[in-house]
Design a protein around this ligand. Structure first.
Ligand SMILES: Nc1ncnc2c1ncn2[C@@H]1O[C@H](COP(=O)(O)OP(=O)(O)O)[C@@H](O)[C@H]1O
Ligand SMILES: [Mg+2]
Length: 224
């Protein structure tokens, strides 16, 4: 099966080459766990290969997203691709009549994207009238995302939750969780794959993840 490289070699090898093609992966984690950086790293991996990529930010401005990339050396070549095969779109849901319905429709305008990151579902949830309508739109959005080569949906979570409590982790094809582990004196970042359809992997084994001003990377499995 065709695999989509994630931008982190160690993660690709844990997943037998990367994410399955046409999969929509939920990237969950608390504030500051590295979701935005992970998403940017994933898109730049595609952009460098000439793929068409888009970061859809629902809560942070375009400038902030670009600034986050430029702060990290391995992502600081973002300017080379912006306006060419990489777009960063800020869609202020809930403001100036940008509704969830309009957002779902907007995705139809991007049929030929290779990689998309949507940051984040919590904003989609906030702008839905009811929980039921959110779930209906989420399914609708997933259907469209699966037409793309690869997609990632970011979810802000509290504690050990994997999704917002609205079944996103059941609906998505993969679930990757970022968190902080406090096993030693110094807390460390970790990444855990909970689910990946069509893929054989060791589930629920946390690996150390590091973010520095140089790069984002994954190390050895953490023994709990
Ligand atoms: N340029 C940088 N140098 C070092 N660490 C950074 C840099 N940029 C981000 N980080 C680390 O990554 C964290 C935030 O990552 P981010 O992807 O924005 O988190 P999230 O989207 O999950 O809230 C910061 O709190 C910081 O620890
Ligand atoms: Mg973020």
């Amino acid at each position: 099966m065709e695999r989509i490289t994630t931008g982190i070699r160690k993660l690709d090898s844990l997943l037998g080459g990367g994410f399955p093609v046409n999969a929509s992966v939920l990237l969950s984690g608390g504030p500051g766990t590295g979701k935005t950086i992970f998403g940017l790293n994933f898109l730049l991996e595609g952009a460098r290969k000439g793929e068409k990529c888009c970061y859809v930010s629902l809560n942070e401005t375009k400038d902030n997203i670009i600034r986050a990339a430029k702060g990290i050396h391995s992502l600081s070549d973002i300017d080379k691709y912006l306006g060419k095969n990489l777009a960063v779109e800020y869609i202020p849901l809930g403001q100036s009549n940008v509704t969830l319905h309009r957002f779902a429709e907007t995705l139809n305008d991007y049929p030929s994207l290779d990689r998309i990151v949507i940051d984040n579902v919590n904003k989609l949830l906030m702008s839905a009238d009811t929980q039921k309508s959110y779930r209906v739109y989420f399914s609708e959005i997933l259907k469209q995302l699966r037409n793309m080569k690869s997609s990632m949906i970011i979810c802000e979570t509290a504690g050990d939750e994997l999704d917002s409590g609205n079944m996103e982790s059941f609906e998505c094809d993969g679930v990757v969780q970022l968190s902080f582990l406090e096993l030693e004196e110094k807390p460390s970042r970790s990444i855990t794959v909970h689910k990946m359809r069509f893929t054989s992997f060791e589930p629920k084994v946390p690996h150390e993840m590091t973010i520095s001003d140089k790069k984002i990377d994954i190390g050895e499995a953490k023994v709990i």
